[in-house]
Design a protein around this ligand. Sequence first.
Ligand SMILES: *Cc1c(COP(=O)(O)O)cnc(C)c1O
Length: 398
Amino acid sequence: MEHAFDYASVDISTPYYIIDRAALRRNMEIHQQVQERTGCKILLALKAFSTWGVFKDMSPYLAGVAASSINEVLLGHEEFGKNIHLYSPAYSEEEIKTAIPLVDYIVFNSASQFDRFYPFIKASGRKIHCGYRINPEYSEVQMEIYNPCTNRSRFGMRVEVLDELDSLKGIDGFHFHTMCQQGSDVLARTLELVEERFSKYFKKLKWINFGGGHHITRRGYDVDRLCKIINTFREKYDLEVFLEPGESHVLNTGYLVATVLDVIENPTGIDVAVLDTSAAAHMPDVLEMPYTPEVIGARRVIESADMDMPLEEGRYKYIVGSKSCLSGDIIGEYLFRKPLKVGSRVVFSDMSQYTICKNTTFNGLKLPGIVSCDSDAADGSIRVIKEFHYDDFKKRLS
Ligand SMILES: *Cc1c(COP(=O)(O)O)cnc(C)c1O
């Protein structure tokens, strides 16, 4: 990818995340096209990305947010300002009472939760759409930690459970979320099962939410097929369709910039570069998923075998490790174009989703600053949104 400027050159201390608003706009335009071609509405799942400093670049294109907690509801209300859809596996009475004045859609995970809280919604006089999360018992997600359709799942109502209810009174929509970083082919197969099991109820509904996990902005994603699937579905059932991806909105829009603090030898012969960032604290999915993030100007060793890499590239091999004291806090093994030295900057790409909203001050590590830029602007339009200090660490503790 061509970069208009050097992400590593921002004059604040590392580590910092940098979000490219031009890349963000390009993703938003793809989502806008899907909405225009299908009439569906696309929400931002705040769980994946809640950096409100750039919401102004997103909200004009989207129908609203999908919140999964009261904090996300409040943030959506204050900073996004459109429709708020709320889903959580369970609500407390206090949460429901806080949510009712602010949200437009509430998805319930069970009939017991709906029965308990519907009276509060009715009493409020607000027109809130209530839905059930359904469990289609079909997910192609291989990793158990991301699969909501295992036998032990707590997510959504299986069709047998719905069949036992006396009525769907008060419910006007369904919601399912069974995908993760997947293509429209997976959606097509999932919908087949959803229709087979649940379409007998569709006449009673007004809307259906296809959840997140749609990797719409990934290169190679079949947007035409997605549009065809939604249009066919809408013609068949006359339901309003929502999508609520998180990752797709911010895919390939962010970087995490770190500095090499030391380079250490070890018996393997592969030097370890110790950075001023941490997978555990600043990019937890690297350890949780797990995966090795891409680095600008380097190749991941795991993939270099099947790449035709020019000889002059990637000759310098390093284990890239974190500043935390957790032994397993290793980011990955890379082949760098240039040798790493104390002070070298290392830029990890695709770092917007599930990082800034998920990081911690584990080990007392400094939270990365947040910077925005615009790679379409000649000067890069760099803006430091936030820097974190000792106070932020201390205030969360007591
Ligand atoms: C996590 C989540 C999303 C967003 O998923 P992505 O994989 O980031 O697209 C949407 N809806 C629900 C209910 C979720 O739990």
